[in-house]
Design a protein around this ligand. Structure first.
Ligand code: SF4
Length: 399
């Protein structure tokens, strides 16, 4: 290829940059500088500061500086340790939640109902434990059989290593149900009042928040996230959603971008870049500086840019690959967020490699790499879809 042709090609591939004011492009505005200086001194940003930081163009040097400060402060605060929390979708069916972004929503889904056996859930938990995960999210649709879920969790709890925490990611629950889950050995619950809850979903923001308050009242750890983020969400909307996890004591805050699910009403909106996701991670890191209860900040889908901007936790979608998974004909039931993006599942080995690339030490229960597999190698991940549909593109966490 001739150099001129190459330059033309690069122009089409590179994102459009703000080159109108090339002299100011390399500087930050005074307000950004002041906010970041205060944050470096340990002062959490307020909502107005957060809105300003989220309004910065993602390709500006000011946004790069924000990500750098988020990275620095999070590493200092979390002693440069990181965590893995696995995902197991145990019950898959067309979901009454009807979320306009979700692969399972009844109005537009094509999935068939399926449920994992207890033995399969235990085997997957063991795979996550072998890969060094600290906990595992057990995920269902919005509506699920409580007694079935309770029995499943109780059986799994007895069978898996004591240091692997079980975390529920299910629909809205009553206080008595949450207390029962805690007594059965569940440590915490992921629950989110989503962006545009009640508009893009059929659920009530009041009910979602009430469940979060009950999670805390039941003595469970609350896992929160700013999700599912799309390009249409304004800085103000993001701030309001993030702040629920600043005002209430979450154990983990997070940011997750929306994967555009083909056939879903929000498909045409597209998705945000990893740089934008990392900018939101950095804002979460600086907004929660004073929250002593916060043990980690996650970025989903797992990626290194987020880990270099304030995140110290990832959600692997599969544990250490087992021998049978090396068979090209091997297929798996159930779901993880890989199903949403129609891509390979990201394993614990992949996530450990990302943590190493980002310069993290492993958390207390994260063991040294046990697998033969490395991030990016074809055998380190697996797919339930034809190779033509595989890609390491992007994801959504549900419920
Ligand atoms: S995001 Fe959760 S509640 Fe909404 S449709 Fe999907 S599975 Fe159901």
């Amino acid at each position: 290829m001739k150099p001129a042709q190459h330059n033309e090609l690069m122009k089409t591939r590179l994102p459009k940059m703000n080159t109108a004011k090339s002299s100011s492009w390399l500087t930050t505005d005074k307000r950004t500088e002041s906010i970041l200086r205060n944050a470096l001194d340990g002062t959490p940003i307020n909502q107005q500061d957060a809105e300003h930081l989220l309004s910065l163009p993602e390709d500006s040097t000011a946004a790069a500086l924000l990500r750098s400060v988020g990275n620095y402060m999070a590493r200092k605060r979390f002693s440069n340790t990181a965590f893995l929390l696995g995902q197991i979708g145990v019950d898959m069916a067309p979901c009454d939640g009807g979320c306009a972004f979700c692969a399972f929503a009844k109005p537009h889904t094509t999935i068939q109902p399926s449920t994992l056996s207890t033995e399969e859930v235990i085997a997957r938990c063991e795979g996550f434990a072998r890969g060094g995960a600290q906990g595992v999210f057990i995920m269902t649709m919005h509506r699920f059989g409580f007694d079935w879920f309770l029995n499943l969790c109780a059986s799994v709890r007895k069978a898996i290593p004591a240091e692997l925490q079980i975390l529920a990611n299910v629909g809205d629950l009553e206080l008595s149900q949450l207390t029962t889950l805690r007594e059965a050995g569940i440590s915490g619950a992921y629950h989110v009042c989503r962006l545009r809850e009640g508009v893009d979903t059929r659920m009530s923001p009041v009910q979602r928040r009430a469940t979060i308050e009950r999670i805390l009242e039941a003595g469970l750890d609350w896992y929160n996230s700013c999700e599912p983020i799309g390009p249409e969400h304004t800085a103000r909307e993001l701030v309001e959603q993030i702040w629920l996890g600043v005002e209430l004591p979450c154990r983990q805050h997070a940011a997750m971008r929306r994967f555009p699910v083909p056939g879903s009403p929000l498909f045409a909106k597209g998705q945000i870049s990893l740089a934008r996701l990392a900018q939101i991670v950095a804002v979460i890191a600086l907004a929660t500086l004073a929250r002593r209860n916060l043990a980690s900040i996650a970025v989903h889908e797992s990626n290194v840019i987020g880990l270099l901007s304030g995140a110290n936790a990832l959600y692997p979608e599969a544990g250490e690959p087992r021998a049978e998974e090396q068979d090209p004909n091997w297929r798996e039931d159930g779901f993880t967020s890989a199903l949403w993006r129609q891509s390979k599942e990201i394993t614990t080995a992949d996530c450990r490699a990302m943590l190493a690339l980002a310069g993290f030490g492993f958390g207390p229960s994260i063991r040294p790499s046990l697998g033969r597999h490395h991030f990016g190698s074809p055998e380190s991940s697996r797919s339930s879809l034809p190779p033509s549909q595989d890609s390491h593109s992007f994801t959504v966490k549900h419920s």
